[in-house]
Design a protein around this ligand. Structure first.
Ligand code: 13P
Length: 249
């Protein structure tokens, strides 16, 4: 089912005391929209965050996981480990993972398979770089990222997938894709799904936009018919700003 979702990706910010403080601030905010609210603290804060929000309308999600079941992967975290601390959703394929940790489509396909096999919902991220957009290659890049990591799946798998279009040039730069650019790409993504899986999968897919979403621009971006919410970085680190975005629907 298509939903409105606003998810805060805290990235490598907030140690435990700061995470506790931000969660306390978040719990004081009022939600006036129908959006599902998610926060993605770093691994070390997940258990605390889950416990602290157990009775609130906030889902705690993970920023990453490994594709293996368990074993000799020093420094990595498995799907079972996430589930054991109450996590049911994981972000995969963020451009920072792709750029700094060499996560390619083949690795991401394995991560997606592992997450789904453990009944984790996946927020799958992708997006073009500035050079791709300047060369008018952005649709081809996004299409290949989606196809290579997801198109081996059956249609039924897509009920546990949320897509997040995050143009790399708009992440942390203050430069947002215009609402029209976001809408055009989201429409293209839905069409790509429709061509492969048909109307039902395409219509039901929740597609988030990420990249310098702020209280000042969220309403206009979310007003576009194929934009179902946002994946928020910097603005998710202040409770008032984050809820201004949540309430922009
Ligand atoms: P910013 O909102 O800081 O641009 O980050 C977006 C992002 O990468 C969310 O995953």
């Amino acid at each position: 089912m298509r939903k409105n979702i606003v998810a805060g990706n805290w990235k490598m910010n907030n140690d435990l005391p700061l995470s506790e403080a931000l969660i306390s601030d978040l719990k004081r905010q009022t939600k006036t929209s129908n959006a599902e609210v998610m926060i993605a603290p770093t691994f070390t804060n997940l258990w605390h965050a889950f416990e602290a929000t157990r009775h609130d309308d906030i889902e705690v999600i993970a920023q990453n996981m490994h594709f293996a079941e368990n074993g000799a992967y020093t420094g990595e975290v498995s799907a079972d480990m996430l589930k054991s601390v109450g996590i049911n959703t994981v972000i995969l394929g963020h451009s920072e993972r792709r750029a700094y940790f060499n996560e390619d489509d083949a690795i991401l396909a394995k991560k997606v398979d592992q997450a789904l096999s453990k009944d984790l919902r996946v927020i799958f991220c992708f997006g073009e770089e500035l050079a791709d957009r300047k060369a008018a290659n952005h649709e081809a890049v996004v299409e290949s990222q989606i196809k290579n990591a997801l198109f081996h799946l059956d249609a039924s798998a897509f009920k546990n997938i949320v897509l997040a279009y995050e143009p790399v040039w708009a992440i942390g730069t203050g430069e947002t894709a215009s609402p029209e650019q976001a809408q055009d790409m989201h429409k293209f993504i839905r069409k790509t799904l429709q061509d492969k899986y048909g109307n039902q999968v395409a219509d039901d897919m929740t597609i988030l936009y990420g990249g310098s979403v702020k209280p000042a621009n969220a309403k206009e971006i979310f007003s576009k018919p194929d934009v179902d919410g946002g994946l928020i970085g910097g603005a998710a680190l202040k409770a008032e700003d984050f809820y201004a975005i949540v309430n922009a629907f």
